[in-house]
Design a protein around this ligand. Structure first.
Ligand code: FAD
Length: 304
């Protein structure tokens, strides 16, 4: 029996919508041609039931946030889960001391709230396209800091459909990593703090956004930085993948409609109908060339 058919039979819940063989191009920021089964979940109860049923039937799944750090294959072999929880938006009408927000809220919404009320600590969201859940999973961050610093608690549902509360401490996050999400867990909510009100935050957010718009292709279809920077343990220096690709003269290199961004060499722009295979070919070419020229094996930051 086809997987999609099985999923529609086992998951019947009023807060869960199952779509089989859906066009998923708009579900990742790189807009690669992609199709797959999508399960949209609108409540904790729906999430618990979905995970329990999928696990019981030995069906693996992948959580999709904003799709800003994932390369979607042309045809997915496992279903994607996406959360779309409603919440009381009036909490964003004034500054609060703490916030309990769903994983599906976008960082853009939170940046705009921080900008309006000057929430200290929340400048870390600036310019990162993400859902709150995806950003917590990745411990996303910029020069202004990491999201882990303002997370107090995380609520998740395990693959067996059980709820779990995680109290965040100094060991919960490291660079672009969390240390509490187990395979199959789905984050559905988090409690956020801030460090007071500071009028300078709005200026900081505006200036940082302007700088990013100048230096990164934020209006193009990309997946953010493709390679992680390399930290040399002996020399204690950071080798920036983008800088090396630039020095090697590879900015602007194209494979069909896929191009290394002329604005920032660690970004690849999909300028048309690029596929997962095109991106993988470009990654392989760059990794080989980087190794040859610098001796460094650069790992990818983007997931595939
Ligand atoms: C233009 C651009 C600029 C970017 N700049 C930055 C930057 O400055 N700093 C930075 O850190 N990143 C940056 N990124 C990468 C990306 O924004 C981050 O990695 C972000 O955290 C991804 O969030 P997402 O919601 O899109 O997650 P996705 O890409 O959809 O998923 C990422 C991972 O998180 C998991 N996941 C998502 N939601 C959940 C959940 N609810 N529960 C459990 N697991 C989950 C997914 O399964 C996947 O493994 C950039 C990307 C783009 C396109």
């Amino acid at each position: 029996m086809e997987l999609g058919f099985i999923i529609t039979k086992i998951i019947t819940h009023p807060d869960v919508v199952v779509e089989i063989d859906k066009d998923l191009k708009k579900f990742s920021t790189m807009r690669l041609n992609a199709r797959g089964d999508l399960i949209t979940i609108r409540s904790v109860d729906g999430l618990k039931r979905t995970l329990k049923e999928l696990t019981k039937n030995n069906i693996r799944y992948r959580v999709l946030g904003w799709g800003a750090n994932i390369l979607l294959p042309s045809t997915a072999r496992i279903p994607y889960l996406q959360l779309d929880f409603d919440f009381d938006r009036s909490v964003l009408e004034k500054a609060q001391s703490e916030y309990v927000l769903p994983a599906s809220v976008s960082l853009a919404t939170l940046t705009s709230h921080a900008n309006k009320f000057g929430l200290k600590g929340w400048e870390v969201f600036t310019g990162i396209p993400a859902s709150l859940g995806g950003a917590i999973f990745m411990n996303a961050g910029t020069n202004l800091g990491e999201i882990g610093t303002i997370i107090k608690e995380v609520n998740l549902v395990t693959k067996n459909g059980e709820e779990k509360l995680i109290k965040i401490d100094q060991h919960s996050f490291t660079y672009r990593h969390n240390h509490f999400v187990e395979p199959g867990d789905v984050i559905y909510q988090a409690r956020l703090i801030h460090f007071g009100i500071d009028e300078a935050i709005s200026k900081k957010i505006r200036e940082y956004l302007e700088m990013r718009t100048r230096t990164q292709p934020l209006k193009e279809w990309t997946c953010g930085c493709v390679f992680k920077n390399y930290q040399d343990p002996d020399l204690r220096v950071t080798c920036r993948a983008g800088l090396f690709i630039d020095i090697m003269g590879l900015k602007g290199l194209s494979i069909k409609n896929l191009q290394i961004s002329p604005k920032h060499a660690n970004f690849m722009e999909n300028r048309g109908e690029s596929s997962y295979e095109d991106v993988m070919t470009m990654i392989t070419v760059l990794q080989k060339e980087l190794k040859l020229q610098t001796g460094v094996s650069f790992e990818t930051e983007v997931e595939y």
